[in-house]
Ligand binder design. Sequence first.
Ligand SMILES: Nc1ncnc2c1ncn2[C@@H]1O[C@H](COP(=O)(O)OP(=O)(O)OP(=O)(O)O)[C@@H](O)[C@H]1O
Ligand SMILES: [Mg+2]
Length: 530
Amino acid sequence: MKKTVMIGFLGTVLDDGFSQKRHKKWRPNVNVHHVLDIDRVELFIAPQYERLALQVADDIYSIRPDMHINFVNMPLDNPWDFGEVYEKLASWADSYEFDIEKENYLTHITTGTHVAQICLFLLVESRQIPSVLLQTAPPKGDDALCKTELIDLDLARYDVLASRLDTVKNDAMKFLKTGIETKNAAFNRLIGQIEQVAMGSNSPMLIMGATGAGKSRLAKRIYELKKARHLVSGRFVDVNCATLRGDMAYSALFGHKKGAFTGAMTARDGYLLTAHKGVLFLDEIGELGADEQAMLLTALEDKSFYPMGSDTPVHSDFWLIAGTNKDLKACVKAGTFREDLYARINIWQYVLPALAHRREDIAPNINYQLAVANQELGRTVRFDKAAYERYLVFAMSEQAVWTGNFRDLSASLLRLATLATGGRIDEGLVDDEIRRLLDLWVDDEPLCHQQAVLLSHQLQQKIEHLHIDEFDKMQLINVIKFCQAHDSLASAGRALFDVSRKGKTTSNDSDRLRKYLGKFGITWQDICRL
Ligand SMILES: Nc1ncnc2c1ncn2[C@@H]1O[C@H](COP(=O)(O)OP(=O)(O)OP(=O)(O)O)[C@@H](O)[C@H]1O
Ligand SMILES: [Mg+2]
């Protein structure tokens, strides 16, 4: 028979009372023993309430003489300070020897401040305290005042809450994906991580990816999501650093004082100030000049900077998203990008996969881009069945390199929709379009050379430091890229060893893949962490 242990605070208000009248009053820590068979109590007490604790203990013993009460000294400077209360309870839980084989635990949350209740809830929910939650209440009706009503807060009921939180996350991910149902595991994982970081971090985010992979669009969506959650109140300021040239670059970003240079008739705020309390998206950040890089670093570190011609710093607090299709690390090595700025913006780095590496997502994107084209043209154009299949087969084939990514796809569908007479896209139109696309890509790099930046910074570093032949390196990189399109080690293993497995009686593809990666010190988690 397991013992029952109750954990909870001495109620300085509810359990209070020294006169005889107290027996007529409902006191949670005392009356609970009328209802429950409890063998031990771990009672948190503040030193100044020792007298009350002794009185409560006496009253409990009068109901359950065989009871064991452990006073746990819990001095709290401020029982309403979330940080302090959580820290103290968590460290108690950490050192307490729970014996779940022999004992059942009940965490009583009727007494203590609301902060204490929340902290206990969190500790139980995270299983740092392996118990069920218990709430007590006075019974209804006057005649049984000193009894207790039990409310078992079964955590299973909070599954509903958990599933609501999941729904919120899924909705956010769907929003970031513009409602397009994507299947590519690497992309979906990436969006999940971006959602988490966008909601919980104020550090800069670096979005890398080939041209047209969707960096600008994603940055805007992240801003809209943050705005909807009231995490930013300012504006989305979208700046393409490649368009900022010469002397005007500094003033465009950081502003200038009236008369700062010839022609400066009025003062100018600059993009950084316009983005105060909002999001500043610096696209093509690799194109920034040396002076602008230096001042941007100051602006990020101090949240203030100097407009051109001014000795007075200007304050601006913005969230930075940087975009680039360049390998910034290579720019650092080449001396064109500051190493300290790179370190400052490279806290959350994400690499958007190219469309050609997300072949399973091409079909929903065709539908989406056609709907966008229809909206733009104010028409309702559809594919003939055979024409759609021909276009899809081509779009998903190795021949289609999609070097301009979504830009190529959207232009292609806009052309098809424009040329479709009678609202139908037929096979003839598709054949012409395929020829057009092939002409467009004729000098482009073959797919296997595209997107050298697809691997995460950490993985690239790991691979760079391996003492292995180029031959093995290329194979390893391709295996990793292949793995990224899969949800699990098992699924990647199955697809990678599909042929050789057929000759075997037993198969352990996951193990084979794990061992292969393990030879290079790479784990499945390294691959998932894009
Ligand atoms: N995930 C997506 N699904 C469908 N269409 C997209 C997606 N992302 C972007 N697009 C569309 O593709 C086009 C290019 O996207 P975007 O401008 O965001 O690319 P980019 O990576 O910023 O390119 P660049 O490096 O040239 O600035 C836009 O018309 C955009 O609406
Ligand atoms: Mg862009």
